[in-house]
Design a protein around this ligand. Structure first.
Ligand SMILES: C[S@@+](CC[C@H](N)C(=O)[O-])C[C@H]1O[C@@H](n2cnc3c(N)ncnc32)[C@H](O)[C@@H]1O
Length: 551
């Protein structure tokens, strides 16, 4: 570790999004971007000048000597990083101008650059606030792009960086792969297709930043747009990229802002997903009902209790509500019934939520509240902001539970006995006319290859290779339609004993195969080759995600 890093601890670097790009990746981008010895390069947020160094070397290789200092410009917020950038450029005999400034304060005036390159800061919106966020959003707005308040810093950065670029220039940026998927990046996806004539994305199956969990994509954009499509190349890691083992595939989103994840799968699989929706065989989960967050206690250790604990505290049942215990591991079957809950009572799981009835608590409940105060439970943030601190706001009991953080796939699980639930899972409240069939058949029917693939497309991959699905994303999950379930209901219900057994044994693929045969082949008119395409596509996305989990 060098001396600068000692004065620039990891947490501080994280707050300004300082992760440094491997030199091989910078060299690759530089070789793509630099096309003449006269090219002028800007690296906004240049850190220690990783890209300027690589571009400088390329310029030198093109020309007869070192480039002139007006050809290499860096901007960096952090004084020490800028000093280090200058020192490294000087060591490499590359004259350059590195300015200490907030890039969002810089205005594009004078001659535009032929190349804008770098790795912008990825600061999440929770940390990207106040003046910084205001400036960033304003800068993007000047370019006609409205960036949401939920966007990470990189989004506005891309737009601002483009304003420094010549119309026919090249932009090579390392961005978070969420560019393809998250809703807040929709205006950026749209902007890129509008501004550039060629947009190429390179995705890495393995993580390329040592020690950084963020999945990245390399954006190589050039020329004066618009264009209707982008190109996508998937490579394993840096080695493939350097050896040019890349095969681009073209993808034209239906609307420029829609998620681009579909580009990661075969055309056949993508078409099948789309046509199933068009034909009304599948529909978004939102058509079935609303997905919502579970209860937030502020301190599960205090508020959730096992039956034995509740008994020893002498808490009466009127002050307790029965819940699906914290976590989601127990939700692997088709439904979470009273029998399953009672088994968890026996297993000493936290099956109750402490929630005194309205009015002033008395007796054992009052004593338990005093105990909480003694243990400072009431000063936890979520408890502090409600009154009284011990009354957890309840949300309606859902018809279905949806597990949202999974290694394999989100599970829709029936809740026939109406248990309450915490925010370790989501709930789905079905529309009144769909309650009966939805509660009974949807958990079975959702175990099909198309829905499994759709989950990979709408969800986001999370640390450790997990797939996370937020309520808004769950709304878009393709599940079989009510019409298809009416038609296949009896056959699907007949499968339940076999399915339950497969799921108990942890055999998800076996369960999916059973449902695919009945639902997709017998009732939905799918062919074997459709199934193969869907399964392959899902397998591909699943292994990408799992590979990233392995680091
Ligand atoms: C992800 S690092 C990338 C550094 C370098 N481009 C690289 O790839 O190695 C992001 C850099 O942006 C700088 N930075 C963060 N916000 C900035 C801003 N508003 N203006 C200029 N630089 C900024 C950080 O200090 C950090 O050095």
């Amino acid at each position: 570790m060098n001396a600068d890093r000692l004065h620039d601890p990891a947490a501080v670097r994280k707050a300004r999004g300082a992760f440094f790009t491997p030199p091989e990746l910078c060299a690759f981008v530089a070789r793509w971007a630099i096309r003449s010895s006269a090219d002028r390069v800007l690296e906004p947020s240049c850190g220690e000048a990783a890209f300027l160094l690589a571009c400088g070397e390329c310029l030198r290789a093109f020309g007869s000597g070192a480039p002139d200092e007006r050809q290499l410009t860096g901007i960096e917020l952090h004084q020490e990083s800028a000093d280090r950038a200058r020192a490294r450029l000087a060591e490499n005999l590359l004259p350059a101008t590195v300015t200490v400034a907030n890039f969002f304060d810089c205005e594009a005036s004078g001659r535009p650059y032929d190349v804008v390159t770098g790795n912008p800061p990825y600061v999440r919106y929770q940390w990207f606030r106040g003046e910084d966020r205001r400036k960033a959003r304003e800068a993007a707005l000047v370019q006609g792009v409205r960036v949401s308040g939920l966007a990470s810093s990189w989004a506005a950065f891309v737009v601002q960086a483009t304003s420094f670029l010549a119309p026919e220039g090249r932009m090579g940026l390392v961005l978070p792969a969420e560019l393809l998927t998250v809703n807040y990046a929709a205006p950026i996806r749209e902007f890129l297709l509008r501004r550039f004539s060629q947009v190429r994305l390179i995705l890495f199956e393995k993580l390329v930043f040592p020690g950084v969990l963020e999945e990245v994509v390399l954006l190589l954009a050039e020329g004066q747009g618009p264009t209707a499509h982008f190109e996508l190349c998937q490579v394993q890691g840096l080695e493939d990229l350097l050896q040019m083992r890349i095969v681009p595939s073209r993808w034209a989103p239906e609307t420029p802002s829609e998620k681009w994840t579909g580009a990661l799968i075969s055309r056949e699989a993508a078409d099948r997903c789309r046509s199933a929706l068009d034909q009304g065989i599948f529909q978004p989960l939102l058509d079935w009902g609303e997905t919502y967050l579970g209860m937030v206690t502020g301190n599960n250790r205090y508020f959730t209790l096992s039956a034995a604990e509740a008994k020893s505290l002498k808490l009466p049942s009127k002050d307790l509500i029965p819940i699906s215990p914290p976590g989601s591991r127990h939700l692997r079957g088709l439904s979470f019934s009273r029998v399953a809950w009672e088994e968890m009572v026996e297993g000493d799981f936290r099956v109750f939520l402490f929630r005194p009835e309205s009015g002033e608590p008395k007796g054992a409940a009052a004593a338990y509240i005093r105990k909480g105060e003694k243990e400072k439970v009431h000063s936890a943030y979520k408890c502090r902001v409600r009154s009284p601190w011990w009354r957890v706001p309840v949300v309606p009991t859902p018809h279905l539970f949806l597990t949202y953080m999974n290694h394999d796939t989100p599970r829709l699980v029936g809740n026939p006995d109406g248990f309450w639930f915490l925010n370790s899972i989501h709930g789905v409240g079905l529309h009144p006319d769909r309650v009966e069939i939805g509660s009974e058949v949807l958990p079975v029917a959702a175990l099909n290859s198309l829905t499994l693939l759709a989950a990979e497309l709408v969800g986001r991959s999370y640390g450790g290779g997990m797939l996370k699905i937020e309520p808004k994303e769950a709304d878009q999950l393709s599940v079989p339609s009510a019409a298809l379930l009416q038609a296949s209901r009896e056959d699907l219900l007949d499968l339940r004993p076999q399915l339950s057994e497969a799921l108990r044994g942890g055999d998800l693929p076996g369960a999916v195969q059973l449902v695919d045969r009945v639902l997709l082949l017998q009732h939905a008119g799918f062919q074997e080759r459709d199934l193969t395409a869907l399964q392959k596509a899902r397998e591909h996305l699943f292994s990408r995600r799992a590979a990233r989990g392995d680091g």
